[in-house]
Design a protein around this ligand. Structure first.
Ligand code: ZN
Length: 192
C-alpha cells in the first residue's frame, strides 16, 4: 500500500474535524475504525489494503458515526495565531513560512502588554526588529514607521471557530486541496 495515502476524517455532519492541522489519519487507523464500525466510508482510494483477515479498498474519506463536539472557543496557541494571521506579517503584509515569523506584542511586554489574542500578531523578523520595543500605533500609513512606531494591517482580535476553520482552509497545501477539495470546502458558508 502506498504509504503517502492519507484518509480525511469528517465529523458526523460531514465537516472536516479540523483544518489546522487538517484531520488526516494514516489509512491503517482509518481501516481499524471501519472494522470497529466507528466510521462510514464516504470515498475510497483506488488502492487495496490486504491483510490476513481483510481485503478492503483504502478509505480516502471517512465520516464518524457519532458527532464529536468541536471547540466552540479557539484555543490560544502559536498555530492558531499563525492561521488567524494567514502566515502573513501583519506589518508589511508579506507571506512567510511559519519558521520565519515571530509573535509580536502590539503593546510590548515592557509596557504592560499582555500575551493574548488582542495583543499578539505575526510579524516577520525584519518588521519585528524595526518595531523594536515601541508600541504599535493605529494611525499613519500601514506598515510604514510613523515616527518610530509601526502600524499593523489590522487590530488583532479573538477569532471565532468558524473564522479559524476558514483561515485553516486557506493555509492548506495545494496537494491536499487537489485530493480532498470538495470535502474540505463544501461545508463552508457561502460568502455573502
Ligand atoms: Zn514584515
Amino acid at each position: 500500500m502506498a504509504s503517502a495515502l492519507r484518509t480525511l476524517v469528517l465529523n458526523a455532519d460531514y465537516r472536516p474535524l479540523s483544518t489546522f492541522p487538517p484531520s488526516l489519519w494514516a489509512p491503517e487507523d482509518a481501516i481499524l475504525a471501519v472494522l470497529k464500525d466507528k466510521v462510514d466510508v464516504v470515498e475510497s482510494w483506488d488502492a487495496v489494503y490486504r491483510s490476513q483477515k481483510v481485503t478492503l479498498a483504502v478509505p480516502k474519506v471517512i465520516a464518524l458515526k457519532h458527532y464529536v463536539a468541536v471547540d466552540a472557543e479557539p484555543r490560544f496557541c502559536r498555530r492558531a495565531i499563525l492561521v488567524r494571521d494567514r502566515f502573513t506579517c501583519q506589518y508589511c503584509g508579506r507571506r512567510f513560512a511559519a519558521a520565519e515569523l515571530t509573535f509580536d506584542h502590539v503593546v510590548p511586554r515592557s509596557a504592560g502588554g499582555r500575551t493574548c489574542w488582542t495583543n499578539i500578531l505575526t510579524a516577520c523578523v525584519g518588521c519585528n526588529s524595526l518595531k523594536g520595543s515601541v508600541p504599535a500605533n493605529y494611525s499613519g500609513r500601514r506598515g510604514v514607521p510613523a515616527g518610530r512606531s509601526l502600524r499593523p494591517l489590522k487590530e488583532p482580535r479573538r477569532p471565532t471557530a468558524a473564522e479559524l476553520f476558514r483561515a485553516g482552509l486557506d493555509s492548506l497545501p495545494d496537494r491536499l486541496i487537489e485530493d480532498f477539495g470538495s470535502w474540505l470546502y463544501w461545508s463552508t458558508e457561502l460568502d455573502a
